[in-house]
Design a protein around this ligand. Sequence first.
Ligand SMILES: C[S@@+](CC[C@H](N)C(=O)[O-])C[C@H]1O[C@@H](n2cnc3c(N)ncnc32)[C@H](O)[C@@H]1O
Length: 259
Amino acid sequence: MEKVELGWDEFWAEIIRVRHRQSIQGIDQYDKLVVSFIIEVLNLKKGNEILDIACGAGYQSIEFAKQGFKVTAFDIAQSLIEFAKRSAKDAKVDTNFYAGDMRDMSFKSQFKAAVMLSHSFGFFDHEMNKHVLKETYDALLEGGCLLLDLMNPYNLPKFQKTWTQLEEGFLLNEPHVLDAHAGVLIGRPAVFIDTEEDRLVLMDKDALSNNDTRVYTALEIREMLEEVGFSKVEFYGQHFLPRLPYASNSERMVVIAHR
Ligand SMILES: C[S@@+](CC[C@H](N)C(=O)[O-])C[C@H]1O[C@@H](n2cnc3c(N)ncnc32)[C@H](O)[C@@H]1O
């Protein structure tokens, strides 16, 4: 069998963020529940402008648009943005999707809310992570809010090695490993057995570099948010209603910060 190494955008983004995600039972319902939670906790009103940072394939952005919000959403993977644009067209909703890097946002006082969902924060070193928060602060209107949906560092998922059958083959996901000294969750390479093309697809350096995430405690994240100007930082323990207080054994650490 032929072996090829492919990058995040050229292959892995779609396999992981679209095909593997779509194989998860109840995932559409999950997106609706997450969006309902955000609308309620941020007290959003139809017509408000929302920024979805690292929107992946755009599932939650499209759900927001269906519910009457004006959505701008971006992701570093052009392939995901193309997928998101097609989905928005199929759903007959207006959205502004574009390919972009969260390190280079240049919005000024535009959005009522900004969201970073499914732990899409912490990809860089500490200073760059803080820079992303500052850029997000600048993007918000006075009185606007940021919502970060993060893994709970005190209750990380029990990552397992998994095999998933997709239409075109089999995906092997190696479990993430926590580097406890660095506070970084190290993403491990995935392998795809492409039965259609009769080849084994491995991650190249670029795809692997997309895999590591710095995990922050509530104290650390509050400090960073306050340093870049946010006030009134609140925490919840799950990203669905009802609102649950954040605790060490919470499923998630949802952070809300106000400008
Ligand atoms: C865990 S996924 C979450 C996607 C989406 N928010 C969701 O909930 O389905 C993280 C996303 O971050 C994107 N990403 C990684 N680095 C990025 C960057 N520098 N700027 C923008 N997006 C980035 C990846 O392409 C991926 O789609």
